[in-house]
Design a protein around this ligand. Structure first.
Ligand SMILES: C[S@@+](CC[C@H](N)C(=O)[O-])C[C@H]1O[C@@H](n2cnc3c(N)ncnc32)[C@H](O)[C@@H]1O
Length: 260
């Protein structure tokens, strides 16, 4: 699970629409960076580990071209891809919140000291304007980040641009369970339990935990998000609901032949 919250002062829904301006999102993640991992694992009951494992299993690296993980945050998916790539691999994690990258770097150095993989670097970059040439990566992934990008389509187009022909764009994102009863329970948990747990662990202001349910509720999922990914230039998109549809994994292919 990916958990975000921010002080009430920065929570702003603009005219009922979640405010995702870069400045606001960067400030929010900067403020919670130190507690992000703990909150993630606790509030998801550890399901986030399974979701990342499943992502790598469904979209494993093939060959030696590098992998890019955007909106990498504290770097967990980039670290998982680095382990999957092995000692010959190269992985870049990119995010626009420097405080999240400090933690990602620390974790990367620890993992690299354990000799578990090849090159892993973290860079500060906006997903809507990635500083990489076209066709550079075999996989461009994003976990629980696309929903936070101010312009979803601009983010997806950039991800597809830097992906090599025949390569894959992988999106792991929250969704709402298809079953009405489960969806009701999930939304109740999001609105009533998660904010209290969040307050307890992060000692934050009351009412500071609305961004997550608001942003999930307003973000497209399933067939709708798959259609948007296709519209942005993917040739083929398959999607896989995980854990009763609480999260969905989308695997898209960029048109063309992979370079040999
Ligand atoms: C919910 S966290 C997800 C982090 C990580 N991928 C995970 O699975 O735990 C979302 C991250 O997206 C980043 N982010 C949001 N919009 C971004 C943008 N336009 N460019 C780069 N990073 C962005 C935030 O800084 C934050 O670290």
């Amino acid at each position: 699970m990916s958990v975000e919250q921010g002080p009430a002062s920065s929570r702003g829904a603009v005219g009922g629409v979640v405010n995702k301006s870069g400045e606001r999102v960067r400030q929010m993640f900067g403020e919670i960076s130190a507690r992000y991992d703990l909150m993630n694992h606790v509030l998801s009951g550890g399901t986030d580990y399974y979701w990342r494992w499943r992502t790598i299993r469904e979209a494993p690296p093939r060959g030696k071209a590098p992998v890019l993980d955007v909106c990498t945050g504290t770097g967990d998916l980039a670290l998982a891809y680095a382990r999957a790539c092995g000692p010959e691999g190269a992985v870049i994690g990119a995010d626009f919140t420097p405080q999240m990258l400090v933690i990602a770097n620390r974790k990367g150095q620890r993992q690299q000291a354990g000799g578990q993989h090849g090159s892993l670097v973290f860079v500060e970059a906006d997903t809507q304007a990635l500083p990489f040439p076209e066709g550079s990566f075999q996989i461009v992934s994003v976990a629980f980040g696309l929903r936070n990008v101010a312009d979803t389509r601009a983010g997806l187009r950039e991800m597809l641009r830097v992906c090599e022909p025949g390569g894959r764009v992988v999106v792991l994102e929250f969704s709402l369970p298809g079953n009405r009863l489960l969806r009701g329970l999930y939304q109740w948990y999001f609105r009533n339990i998660l904010p209290r747990l969040g307050q307890f662990f992060a000692r934050n202001n009351q009412g500071a935990y609305n961004y997550l349910p608001d942003s999930v509720g307003q973000f497209p999922h399933g067939a709708e998000l798959a259609a948007i990914i296709r519209e942005c230039g993917a040739s083929e998109v398959r999607y896989l609901p995980l854990t009763f549809g609480v999260a969905t994994l989308y695997i898209a292919t960029k048109p063309g032949q992979r370079p040999s």
